[in-house]
Ligand binder design. Sequence first.
Ligand code: HEM
Length: 430
Amino acid sequence: MPSDSKWSEEKIIDAQRMVENARDIGDLLPPSLAHAADAFRGSAPALDAAGPLNLPDLDQQRDVVRSADVIRVTGKERVMEVFEDAAQHYSVSGYAERMEDSLGLIYLGLDGSDKRYGEQAWKSNAAISAVAAEEAFRLAFDKTRNAIDQQGIAPGDAEKLSVRVLAALCTHWFGLPDGVHMMEGGFGLDTAHPPKCPGDFAFLSHSITELSPDAKRAWSGMVKGHLLRLSVRQFVTGHHRDGTTPDGTLTRALFKAFPGQADLLARTIVGVMMGMLPTVQLNLLAVLEIWKRTNRYDALAAAFAAHPSEDLYKKACAVLEEPLMQAMQMRPTPGSVWRTAAADHLLNGEKVSKGDRIHVSIESATQEDLRKGVTDVTPIFGGSRGREPHPTHACPGYRMGMGILLGIIAGAMTSPAPVTSAAPVAPGTA
Ligand code: HEM
């Protein structure tokens, strides 16, 4: 039975009404978005302009802590042990259940042992991995300069800039937003058709990958996921009917990978966009905010301008990449993900029972590295596909994502108006 049969027209209208009646965007923002919002409003407590970040102490002896049926896992070693999952103790079946009520099942919700995982993931991940960091960088740089120079977006308006550039990149790679089935738009409460890119993907992603989203946020993300699936399915069936393929290079690869499977194709397009959008956008906003508060932005822009290389990409890698990674380590998105224990076992001596939910604190792993002076963003990507064996779900978009981040930052830095002159913008107003 298709999972969207669970969604009656009435249920969607109810959900829309509830979301639209929420008093304020802050009522619905997931913590990761709320953090970006706080940062932009100047109230994020841990980002101290006067000195280094106030990183919490990590108790290395207790990196596996139970409370009720949730096991909290912290610290680099233990977090990577769960991601790598050598004994296949950890399942993403909890994601699958949430997806069924929303965008529909895609391979991020299937364990590696399920043969559908390989069938769905292989071609899709290969197409994503084939996008080189340099290609992503150059495209993101051009779109950023275009948004600033031709469309008058202030480089200091980081949120608005990120919305415009990410929507333009998605149109290039996915053929969406196309102004018909999906529109450009930032974080917002409305759940009207057509859905918005990148804004609606953040709520959707949060409702799946956050272990305990509150009911309103989960509901909002589920509604948006459902609406995205319906809209993208119309986009797909339109192309199937007309015998055409969309312009987006990644979407074209996905059309080839899932011939004649309109719903699976639509879900996968939504799922891949969901992988890219909130992660890139929220890491970007957090990094720019951290650099602003620690007075690093201007110094990095000056170092970038002074670097002798004429190749923008090489220059960005030389000057910006390491500081970018370090700032990402401070406030990563996602800050955590979760799994369900598939068998009774011991994790660093702590008893884990089948069905326990495992909260994997990526933030604790990256902050531990920062304290030790280690620059490593792989936990933020769920591990590295460069290692064999690699975690099943490790992000295939690592190079693409880092290229986009560097491209947008370099584009904003080379524009005449500094990012630091920006007036704060709260999510929901873009
Ligand atoms: C800063 C950028 C990015 C970050 C931080 C990031 C982070 C992550 C993380 C943590 C996971 C694993 C989730 C889990 O194990 O629970 C993941 C998986 C995934 N990401 Fe990314 N991602 C980024 C960019 C991208 C991009 C650019 C794309 C595609 C265009 C993408 C597509 C995916 C997909 C399809 C998966 C699922 C892989 C699988 O299950 O085989 N991501 N990402």
